[in-house]
Ligand binder design. Structure first.
Ligand code: HEC
Length: 151
């Protein structure tokens, strides 16, 4: 009788160990299988700011933030914005910063280029006595989207 219990005990221990080992092996296999997928997911999140620059986002942002003062083809309170990138590009680089970057800075906070003495922006602030709103909350991608919509 004692021997029988011993067999049963040893057998159940073996079964338990087998189950335990196969559980861990299957977990390890699963981790290996999902690792490349996770890397891919991370790569996709890292490149998302690029992906979110779209003219349709730009249109939405323009209508909610800029349309009260700007139209594309005709002047309103502010100048017509069509061709704005070319106008800034024609003004050229300043202090080692590209014309495009100055334009982006101007849109987020026009005081930034004006304080830096950027010639085109200091000229344009005399356009209208009412000042343009500042938009520090707009991200780089937001501003790029708006410019894509304008052009
Ligand atoms: C409260 C009115 C107002 C709002 C809102 C406004 N602007 Fe302006 N904007 C102006 C005025 C006025 C000027 C001309 C400069 C001046 O007189 O200060 C100007 C100038 C500009 C210029 C330079 C134009 C050129 O010909 O070089 C750009 C670019 C510009 N705004 C973009 C925007 C964008 C983009 C938005 C929305 C995110 C916006 N503005 C919202 C009033 C406004």
């Amino acid at each position: 009788m004692n021997k029988l219990f011993e067999y049963i005990w040893v057998l159940s221990l073996a079964v338990f160990l087998y189950w335990f080992a196969s559980f861990f092996i299957s977990q390890a296999k699963k981790d290996l299988a999902t690792a490349p997928q996770q890397q891919q997911d991370m790569a996709m999140t890292a490149s998302q700011p690029m992906a979110s620059v779209t003219p349709s986002l730009g249109e939405k942002l323009f209508k909610s933030n800029c349309a009260s003062c700007h139209k594309l083809g005709t002047k309103l309170i502010g100048p017509a914005l069509s061709g704005v990138e070319e106008r800034w590009a024609a003004a050229g680089d300043y202090q080692g910063i590209s014309a495009q970057d100055w334009l982006r800075r101007y849109i987020r906070n026009w005081q930034d280029p004006v304080k830096a003495g950027h010639p085109y922006s200091t000229k344009i602030i005399n356009y209208d006595p009412s000042a343009m709103t500042t938009f520090p909350q707009l991200t780089e991608a937001d501003v790029d989207s708006i410019l894509q919509y304008i052009n």
